[in-house]
Design a binder for this molecule. Sequence first.
Ligand SMILES: Cc1cc2nc3c(=O)[nH]c(=O)nc-3n(C[C@H](O)[C@H](O)[C@H](O)COP(=O)(O)O)c2cc1C
Length: 187
Amino acid sequence: MTVLLINGSPHSKGETSYALSLVEKALNEKGINTKWFWIGNKMVRGCIDCGLCTKTFRCNFTDDVGNELIEAILKADGIVIGTPVYFAAPSGALCALLDRVFYAASTHGNLFKGKPAAAVASCIRSGANSAIDRLNKYFSFSEMPIISSSYWNMLFENHSPKGFDEMGHKTMQTLGYNMASLLNKKT
Ligand SMILES: Cc1cc2nc3c(=O)[nH]c(=O)nc-3n(C[C@H](O)[C@H](O)[C@H](O)COP(=O)(O)O)c2cc1C
């Protein structure tokens, strides 16, 4: 069983990656393998509603990582998407990509159905809940069971005014354990 950890930050080793690594540690402890997918910091296109994906289940734009992400999700048994909070939302680049990925794969083909999914957000102060809610919309649209933790899946940066986020660390760990528990029941 493999969970794909999708880093939706422009920083490959920033705070979002750190939050995902806490989920990863918990997954690995319970025998679940992990793979990483970083969306990068190059230009990504938004959906232009051209409708071509209704036939191919892939995006017609091939000059960014959209279709690679579809293939990576298809190979995974579960996914965790991480985002930095930008103005109380997921990063714009991540949403631009995911609109196309989920429109092509789910809206028309339902290709991700049944894969457990979760969203985590890294922030300085606030806005994580609305960012997580936004990402959960992709999963609930796609018949993907949303895995929960013991709190909402947010992590405050270590240098935030709130100091070391002990509860955030615990929340990421519990999320990993809960996803592992569901996946291990499937085997
Ligand atoms: C354009 C922009 C908007 C941001 N908006 C918020 C915000 O609304 N709330 C917040 O707590 N942090 C906000 N931040 C801070 C980032 O969410 C935070 O630094 C995050 O941990 C960065 O993660 P990364 O290192 O993975 O990129 C913003 C940062 C940027 C660049």
